[in-house]
Ligand binder design. Structure first.
Ligand code: FAD
Ligand code: SAM
Length: 620
């Protein structure tokens, strides 16, 4: 908790750092908090000239000002979900104290959603040093540090199933992050350095965002009683009260939004849900819904992995976009999330890193632009020259490429097995829907018989979704891939691609638009071999003599080559997650969480602008 010049008996801000005050404008190229450390081990922001908390009683102060200030733990009694928003994640101390209280006194079976914003993120090592002062939080601290979020701009999720909690950290300016968050907070911790030192954290735009993203009856707590803060809150409908401060501080602030609608239902039953199709999209939706405490019926026409998600290897690669920041940011977020969730799935990741080879002359420049994007952690995207590419490939390369260290090759069957374990699977082909008069849907087979009834349905049937939701205009792209045993290679892509499997390698793949047949074709295997020979002739020669297996499936694509995810317009309770093209293993895990959030009312991990861009309405 920082100092507050309006609140006496605090330390005087150091004059040198005063010069570095910035009015909230963030510079992605210099987002360092510029920490300095006091002799007592207290971290101080060189950027704002203020302390994060006081080393002697920072934890007690956090508990008094923010937890008690928001009426916790009483405020969450009986709640199925409770959402806390914070301005200024800093070292994470407030959130650790919150988790500690939630673990001890949270409602039975309840879920805690945390949304916290940080413009100048601390590294894991910096946070570890700062948090060393509180041994009583050691267990929680070590868990959070082990999952410490990336410091790149955008939204990052940390799972804490041990606490039935998730933390969404928005790295970026507070006003931006509030405008992009679509959740509603029941409690707010406003902890953004003193208003005198950091007016940007207490601007009209920030107060607008806090008010807009507050649930009915939301409570707000802050250490500062500055007039601008009191006015900022009261002008937006909060009832604001000064309270006795903690320790040497005279006063602090509590505020609440008077109830204008009934309080959130206590322990609301999560509705009965159905998911149609057991590929990576369906498995991602089921995983996220199950993690949110819902129970799901999965309807699958054949068996898990019967479609495009059923090859022995899957590349997890982002769409590289050097121009459209929104699309680039989405793919960076999706890749991070997919990678984290696969890493938590034993045996899912076969190998880390994929080399994207240059295909056209301009690719070198494009790759350099991508590697320079602030979206990627250090070392995540590296431009390789031809010699470096050759060293990775194990044979000569005519070009360099982009080494995507965060990309990966996964074993799809392992992911589907884990994420669908314990799910109720109904083997049937869904052919249509009928709205129930009381809300929700009946899922019908081709004869019109009711397969299942559900309050909400997610269509994740890959190419099968084209028939279930014809209004989306999905188009088919047939693809065949081939694989051999006993030969191995590093993952690389160039239009064609090669990827390690559990026992050999897979190469491919063909792209044939408007073809929906899944027969295996000898000429397609020859095309795949020829594509391999263009970049890896030595490997192609070895592969050509090995016994080959082949399989074909249909990709579902949209007209703008972006996935489609959200509620179908005019059909409340009917959701779609599809049009995944060639990148389902990268984007589906994050989109599964987005769709689960739309259904369960939990905050979505997806920024609002991206959610809007991916919604079905754009295709209709
Ligand atoms: C040759 C090839 C290689 C590929 N390689 C990669 C790769 O390396 N990385 C990558 O990310 N993507 C790859 N893809 C793209 C892949 O198809 C998508 O990324 C993704 O796997 C699609 O997942 P999905 O869950 O949307 O659909 P699918 O995996 O196709 O799953 C749909 C499921 O729904 C079921 N179903 C369909 N209709 C119905 C219905 N009416 N009722 C009930 N069930 C139904 C099907 O049986 C199937 O199990 C590849 C595609 C092909 C063809
Ligand atoms: C007092 S510290 C937060 C302390 C934190 N809650 C803790 O428990 O350690 C304030 C934080 O707000 C961040 N911050 C300041 N201005 C910001 C802005 N405009 N947007 C986002 N974050 C900002 C700072 O980088 C700093 O980490």
């Amino acid at each position: 908790m920082p100092t507050d010049p309006q609140n006496p008996a605090t330390t005087t801000p150091d004059a040198q750092a005063d010069a570095q005050i910035e009015a909230g404008a963030l510079h992605p190229d210099d987002a360092s908090p510029r920490l300095t450390w006091s002799a007592e081990g207290e971290p101080r922001s060189g950027r704002f000239g203020d302390v994060y908390f006081s080393a002697d009683d920072g934890l007690a102060e956090t508990r008094a000002v923010f937890l008690a200030g928001c009426g916790l733990p009483e405020g969450w009694a009986g709640r199925a979900q409770f959402t806390v928003g914070e301005l200024g994640f800093g070292t994470g101390l407030n959130i650790l104290a919150l988790l500690d209280l939630w673990r001890r006194e949270g409602p039975a079976g309840g879920r805690l959603n945390v949304f916290t914003i940080e413009g100048y993120p601390l590294s894991r090592d910096e946070a570890a040093r700062a948090l060393a002062a509180w041994p009583e939080l050691a267990e929680i601290r070590d868990l959070v540090l082990a999952r410490w979020p990336r410091q790149t701009p955008g939204f990052h999720r940390i799972d804490l199933p041990e606490f039935r909690a998730t933390i969404d950290l928005a790295v970026g300016d507070a006003a931006w992050a509030l405008a992009q968050w679509t959740g509603k907070a029941d409690a707010w911790f406003l902890d953004g350095f003193s208003p005198a030192l950091n007016p940007g954290m207490w601007s009209d735009a920030v107060f607008d965002g806090v008010a807009a993203r507050s649930a009915a009856g939301a409570r707000v707590a802050t250490f500062t009683v500055a007039g601008a803060v009191r006015r900022g809150l009261s002008e937006r409908g909060f009832q604001v009260d000064k309270r006795p401060g903690h320790g040497r501080k005279r006063e602090r602030l509590e505020a609440f939004l008077p109830l204008t609608e009934p309080a959130a239902a206590t322990a609301a039953a999560i509705p009965r849900l159905a998911v149609i199709g057991a590929g990576i999209a369906g498995a991602s939706a089921v995983r996220a819904l199950t993690a949110a405490g819902a129970s799901v019926v999965l309807i699958e026409a054949d068996q898990p992995g019967a479609g495009g998600s059923g090859f022995p290897a899957g590349l997890v690669t982002p769409r590289l976009d050097a121009g459209d920041a929104l699309i680039a940011g989405f793919h960076a977020q999706a890749l991070n999330r997919a990678r984290d969730l696969y890493a938590a799935t034993p045996g899912a990741i076969r190998s880390g890193g994929v080399l994207q080879l240059e295909q056209a002359e301009r690719d070198g420049v494009r790759h350099a632009k991508v590697a320079a994007q602030a979206l990627w952690s250090k070392g995540e995207m590296t431009v390789l020259d031809a010699a470096e590419a050759a060293a990775r490939l194990g044979e000569d390369s005519a070009t360099g490429g982009l080494m995507m260290a965060g990309a990966a090759t996964v074993t799809p069957a392992v992911i589907l097995d884990h994420w669908l374990a314990g799910s109720e699977i109904l083997k049937a082909e869904a052919a249509g829907f009928e709205a129930r008069p009381e809300g929700g849907w009946r899922i019908l087979d081709a004869d019109g018989a009711v397969l299942c009834e559900a309050d909400a349905v997610v269509a994740t049937a890959g190419w099968g979704t084209a028939a279930l939701a014809p209004e989306l205009g999905l188009r088919p792209v047939r693809g065949q891939a081939d694989w051999v045993e006993g030969v191995t290679a590093a993952a690389a892509a160039w239009g064609g691609y090669v990827a390690p499997t559990a026992t050999g390698l897979l190469f491919g793949a063909t792209h044939d638009r408007e073809d929906t047949a899944t027969d295996v074709r000898a000429e397609d295997s020859e095309r795949n071999l020829a594509a391999l020979a263009t970049r890896l002739p030595r490997l192609a020669e070895t592969v050509s003599t090995a016994p080959r297996q082949s399989r074909a499936a249909i990709r579902a694509t949209t007209r703008d080559r972006l996935p489609v995810c959200g509620e179908a317009p005019g059909r409340p309770g009917l959701f779609v997650l599809g049009g995944l093209g060639s990148r389902g293993f990268c984007v589906a895990p994050l989109l599964g969480e987005h769709v689960a959030a739309l259904i369960t009312g939990a905050p979505s991990p997806l920024p609002a602008a991206m959610a809007a861009r991916l919604g079905p309405a754009r295709l209709i």
